[in-house]
Structure formats: C-alpha cells, structure tokens
Design a binder for this molecule. Structure first.
Ligand code: EPU
Length: 419
C-alpha cells in the first residue's frame, strides 16, 4: 500500500487544471444504462471510483471502452445481468446509483445493500421508498435490494431528507416511467444538474433540476449520446485551500466559479484575496496567516460537507478560533483526531469541532480514513514542520486525480512511496 510523504513549509505558487467531477461522473456512467445505444462520456477523471464503476457496468455485460484521454464509451445494449455484487458495492457505495436505471430500463435489479461507512450510517431508505412509490416491488433478501417492476409509473415523491444520490437515482428511474414524476425536497447540487443535462441529451424531459422541485415527464426510450462532465468543485476547493493554508498564490483553471460561492466566501473571510474569471479562480494569501473561520455544512448551495475537513485543516494553523459544525454525516471528524497528532488543538463536542489555531503544525505519521479526510491530512502536511507521512492513501485515489503531481506542479514537496 502506497503512502504520501510531504515535506511541509513551501508556499504553493502556480496554476493547476481541475479534472471532471467524480460525483457527476458516477451517476452519469450509471445513467448510460438507460440508453438504447452507445453513450460517450468525456472529461472523466482518472480515479479508482471510475474504474470500479466501469467494472460494475462490465460485469453486467455492458461493452465499455476507454481511450487514452479517458473518454469512456458505454454500450448498454449488451447488458444481460442486472446486478451489483457485494464485492463491488462494499468498495464503493455509489454503486447504488445503478438501482434506478436498472429497474426503469430492464424491470429488475439486484443491488447489494451498502453496509456501514466510515463517515456515518448512510442508509438508502429514501432511494428504496421512492422506487416503491414509482411502482417497483422491492424486497431485501440476503443483503441485496431486489427490485422488480413492469413499467414504472410516475408519482409525487416528497423526500424525507435532502439526498444527492437519492435524488439522482429517482430522477433516473422517472425518466422512463409512464407519466409525470415530481420530486419534492430534491437535492440542488450541480452534479444533479449535470446528470439532468446528460439525461436530457439522451431525450429525457426534465425540468427544475437545480431547484428543490424536479419534474420529469417519462418517455418511451432514450437514445445514445455524447456528453462532457462538469469540473469537480470539491477538487477545486481543495486546491484553493492548499494555496491559502500555505500562504501561497494558486490559480485553478477549467473550473466553474459559480459552483464555489460558499467556499470562496469562507476563503475571503480567512483573509485570502480571491480573483474570479469565467473558468478560473485564484487565491492569494502571500505574506499573511489565515484567519480562523466558522463553517456549518448543509446541502448545496450552502457550505459542502465534502469541504469541511479541508477548512478544518486551514483552521488548525489560523489566527483565532474556528468552529466547524457538521450537519450531514454523524461521524465525519476522524481527520480531527489525526490532526491532533500533528499538534492541532481541537476540541470535539458532538457534531462540533472547536479549533484553536496554533500557527505551526509538526510532522508525524497520520492515517487517512476516508476520501476528504485524506485530502485534509495532505493539506495539514503541507504546513507541518518536517516530513509528514499519510498512510492508506487508497482513499485519496478514489477522488483526487494525480494529487501528488498536481501539488508538485505548484511547488509542493510531495511524493508517493511504497509502504
Ligand atoms: N440519507 C438518508 N436516507 C437515504 C439517503 C440519505 O437518511 O436514503 C441521509 C444520509 O445518511 C446523510 C444525508 O441523508 O445524512 C445526506 O446524504 P446524501 O444521500 O446526500 O449523500 P450521498 O448521496 O450518499 C453524496 C456524495 C458524497 C457527499 C454527499 C453530501 C456521491 C457519489 N457522493 O453522497 O460525496 O458527501 O452526497 O453532499 O455523489 C465524497 O465525494 O467524498 C462524498 C462522500
């Protein structure tokens, strides 16, 4: 298992290109199952979760080809097996995204029920209840969600909680259902909008994506398409924090600044000068120590839970006291305990972390526990005196394309070494 070695203390300087969004790519690849012909997806990031999704689709019999530029073609017309096995679902919960498309298109799905997760319980009851309301017959048997349906029928769905993949699964189920489906309390994340745009390019009729009410008029069939995934807003935010935390000057390009509002506000509060263009953003924190910021996570357009750990890292070295409140996942503070090993002063009270900035961290070996936690430990390592080693970085490879290359490009002293 590889680890990352980081020699801290270098202010980052330069430009970095943002990859396609992981959390848009995964539902889009699952959505390819809905088409009657080949689907080509571009701007796909080179990530472990993408490989897992390709394996999942291949296992169903879909014909999947990937070119050297990571354009993925999925031909779903050869699908003969309608299941997502435990072996894959346990490595990637987003596998649940094939549930809606399989039931809608083929009338059956056997998808392993995702188990526990390092960041919270993460049940899928809303996905299941929504599909039942659309007419699917669902049983849980042997650890699998077994769904059967003739043609799904449109319905009005009022989601209990705002759920991103839940909204996506139900939207994908509704596009081939008979009649109109209304999804109330829908997630408004840009990735939901990207999926809706992708489905529309196949002939789906969807209105309201990006608001909390999505209306889908079911169609008989969807055709193949070619689609480019939107830029990753969480990768974007992570590199901006990398610039700010190191007292550097970083520009990210090929991004969508309009998806970063909540993050940019916090960077400004932290004292960074923020510049924005049509597809780029830069932060300038040269010669200054960040000020501590308070953060409260909530569904989009509020501050994203996927950026919480990175701002926690920023607060560890900031001037003042910053409070982080996590409202989406009940156990997303594992990185706080690891940051304490680097000398951070953090008090935890339930879903609140109170962080006293200490100015400097001190290198130590730390262990990644989930994707965004690993990113925050890398950020902390960039400002720790000495050599920090981040172990279990397979978590980071699930969601950050070539992170050590991109950070090196900005001047960081970071390398991947075998354990
Ligand atoms: N929830 C339920 N029941 C459900 C579904 C969700 O109670 O049926 C709860 C969850 O337990 C959680 C809340 O609803 O407390 C919101 O979770 P959500 O369903 O929105 O999360 P998700 O769809 O499983 C996606 C991203 C996550 C991101 C969250 C929140 C993908 C593939 N994953 O997960 O991304 O943190 O939305 O924005 O889109 C990551 O990339 O590191 C990551 C974890």
């Amino acid at each position: 298992m590889d680890k990352l070695q980081i020699q801290g203390g270098v202010p980052l300087e330069g430009e970095v290109r943002i990859s396609g969004a992981k959390n848009a790519t995964l539902p889009i690849l699952a959505g390819a199952l809905l088409a009657d012909g080949p689907v080509v997806v571009g701007n796909v990031p080179h990530l472990k979760d993408v490989t897992t999704t390709v394996e999942l689709l291949g296992g169903m019999g879909a014909t999947v080809t990937i070119d050297e530029r990571m354009r993925i073609e999925v031909d779903p017309t050869t699908v003969r097996d309608y299941s997502a096995p435990y072996e894959l679902v346990k490595t990637m919960r987003a596998s649940i995204l094939v549930l809606g498309p399989l039931v809608a298109r083929y009338g059956r799905a056997d998808v392993s029920l995702p188990g526990g997760c390092a960041i919270g319980a993460r049940p899928v009851n809303i996905h299941v209840a929504g599909l039942q309301a659309l007419g699917a017959d669902i049983t849980i048997d042997g650890g699998y969600i077994r769904a059967r349906a003739d043609r799904l029928r449109g319905a009005r769905l009022v989601l209990d909680t705002v759920t991103v993949t839940g909204t996506e699964n139900l939207m994908m189920a509704a596009v081939l259902a008979e009649g109109e489906t209304i999804i109330e309390n829908a997630a408004r994340e840009p990735e939901v909008v990207d999926l809706a745009n992708f489905l529309a390019s196949m002939g789906a009729k969807i209105q309201g994506a990006g608001t909390d009410k999505i209306v889908v008029e079911g169609v008989e069939r969807l055709s193949g398409t070619s689609y480019e995934v939107l830029p990753d807003r969480i990768e974007s935010g992570t590199y901006l924090v990398a610039g700010a935390i190191t007292g550097g000057h970083v520009r990210i390009k090929n991004t969508r600044p309009d998806h970063l509002d909540a993050v940019l506000v916090k960077l400004q509060e932290a004292g960074a000068k923020v510049g924005v263009g049509d597809n780029w953003v830069e932060v300038d924190m040269r010669g200054r120590r960040p000020r501590a910021v308070d953060v409260r996570t909530a569904p989009y357009p509020a501050f994203p839970t996927d950026m919480q750990a990175q701002f926690a890292a920023l607060n560890t070295v900031a001037d003042g006291v910053g409070t982080i409140i996590e409202t989406i996942f009940e156990n997303r503070f594992m990185h706080m305990l690891e940051m304490r090993r680097l000398g951070a002063e953090i008090r935890l009270e339930g879903n609140t972390a109170i962080i006293h900035g200490v100015g400097r961290l001190k290198a130590a070996p730390v262990m990644a526990t989930d994707l965004r936690a690993s990113a925050s430990l890398v950020l902390a390592g960039l400002v720790a005196d000495g050599r920090t080693e981040v172990e279990r970085i397979y978590h980071i490879d699930r969601g950050y394309e070539a992170i050590e290359e991109k950070l090196s490009q900005l001047g960081a002293q970071i390398k991947r070494v075998p354990n």
